[in-house]
Design a protein around this ligand. Structure first.
Ligand code: 4AD
Ligand code: MG
Length: 447
């Protein structure tokens, strides 16, 4: 005997006029005398189930009355088309069979504060907006992998416990690793995925990455998921062409397949419909000029409308600067050729201007910030050694990485896209903490 329902709500249209058995949870319930309206959710959708006293046994009616919010149950009934219901269908209930009756579910349809909701994240993930956000996250991940799999990339998994830093030494989570000294949680899979690139040509890694940075912004998590493609014989221009196709594919697929979730989130998709290659490119130098001109004119930046702070050449951009630059374009914009000093050690210097590197940050429209960081990597062993020294890193620790430049080195490029940043943008949610099931932040590790 199976415990499964006879169908799921997402397939209900195929069962019009037929008897079905649904299994799920009571999202909401209202009683009007001889009628009980149950909003049943089963993970694939929500449907109104109408319990009419004269159509069910006394026992079934009592069972329906006993179901508090989030009670679990089976509902047997007939599928009826109803143009007034959001799904287009409702269930004419014949029987109600409780599985677990709940009376005091903590998250009620009234408003709750964010602290309360975060402390109840394990339950909050059932709420319709959170459900929609996490569904979109799933689609972003599926689309990203599908694009790469269809374009000749091989998934090459990289370790999470690593002996050295890849993205600077200031934000490492450390743990004692048996008798072998300290190990660090990976900030990126990049260095290892470069080894895979030399075996397969086109690879990607995908997994959780960790940054012990003490930032409390809406855009930072201490644990986030990154997908990182790496391509042999590719320069930074090739890298950007790949990124604009990759990102456009993801947006398109989410628009096609998660329209209902985007509606649940009240996401205005007008701007997303325009996302297609090519994306604009501006240099770091141009960005600095634009920012300083705007700052001099007293331009303010949403959402807080604080004045845009001016910047000196050589400084890194903050969130307001990215938001301002993004506001000048309809599509994501590449900011290219940052000063070497603000970027990681492995980036290839520009030939006639070694103070800047072949890299780009891809800034999402509408103020959602950097979604991708990428670069062409140094492929010359001596230059790479020199850069490691300049960054105060121990050459001995990076011998295996230098080997990749000693044996069959080739120019190569790659990038990393943060799944949560990308999801926040597409779903139109300001705070990244809701785009991951259990966010890890400076002041949060429960639940
Ligand atoms: O720019 P980042 O630090 O680049 C790298 O780690 C490279 N090794 C990637 C590569 O070339 N293979 O991070 C890449 C992306 C950012 O653009 C952002 O989307 C996301 O990872 N990201 C974060 N997301 C959430 N919280 C944080 N603290 C993040 N830091 C980076
Ligand atoms: Mg970056």
């Amino acid at each position: 005997m199976s415990l499964l329902p006879s169908t799921y709500i997402e397939h209900i249209a195929g069962y019009e006029g037929q008897q079905v058995t649904l299994a799920g949870w009571v999202y909401n319930k209202t009683e009007k005398g001889k009628l009980i309206f149950i909003q049943l959710r089963d993970g694939t959708g929500t449907i109104q189930c109408v319990v009419f006293k004269k159509n069910v046994s006394e026992e079934a009616f009592k069972a329906a009355q006993s179901l508090g919010q989030e009670s679990s149950c089976y509902i047997d009934g007939m599928v009826r088309a109803d143009p007034r219901s959001p799904s287009g269908y409702e269930i004419d209930v014949r029987d109600v069979r409780p599985v677990s009756i709940t009376q005091d579910y903590p998250i009620t349809p009234k408003e709750h504060g964010i602290e309360f909701l975060m402390a109840h994240r394990h339950l909050w993930v059932r709420s319709s907006k959170q459900h929609a956000l996490l569904r979109i996250r799933h689609e972003v991940i599926a689309a990203a992998q599908e694009y790469l799999n269809n374009n000749g990339f091989v998934r090459f998994d990289t370790p999470i416990l690593t002996p050295v830093a890849a993205e600077g030494t200031t934000n490492l989570f450390a743990t004692q690793y048996f008798d072998l000294g300290m190990a660090y949680l990976a900030q990126t899979g990049q260095l290892y995925v470069e080894a895979g690139m030399m075996s397969f040509g086109k690879v990607y890694c995908f997994g959780p990455t960790f940054r012990a940075e003490k930032s409390k912004t809406r855009r930072h998590l201490t644990e986030f998921w990154m997908i990182e493609p790496e391509v042999a014989f590719a320069d930074q221009e090739d890298n950007m062409v790949l990124q604009e196709h990759f990102v456009s594919y993801i947006v398109k697929r989410v628009l096609e397949r998660r329209a209902e979730d985007l509606r649940t989130l009240e996401r205005d998709t007008t701007a997303l419909e325009k996302i297609a290659p090519p994306f604009p490119r501006i240099s770091y130098d141009e960005a600095i000029d634009l920012i300083n001109k705007a700052a001099a004119q007293g331009v303010t930046v949403p959402p807080e409308q604080h004045p845009l702070p001016p910047l000196e050449w050589g400084e890194d951009f903050g969130a307001p600067h990215e938001t301002y630059i993004a506001s000048l374009f309809e599509k994501p914009v590449f900011i290219v050729n940052y000063p070497a000093a603000v970027k990681a050690f492995y980036m290839q210097p520009v030939a006639d201007r070694p103070e800047v590197v072949h890299c780009a940050d891809l800034i999402a429209p509408e103020g959602y910030g950097e979604i991708i960081g990428g670069s062409q990597r140094i492929h010359d062993v001596e230059l790479l050694e020199q850069r490691l020294r300049e960054h105060g890193l121990n050459i001995e620790d990076y011998q295996w990485y230098l080997d990749l430049r000693r044996y069959g080195s080739v120019p190569h490029s790659g990038f990393g896209m943060g799944i949560e940043r990308c999801t926040a943008w597409i779903a139109g949610t300001r705070h990244i903490r809701e785009t991951i099931s259990f966010p890890r932040q400076l002041y949060r590790i429960y639940p």
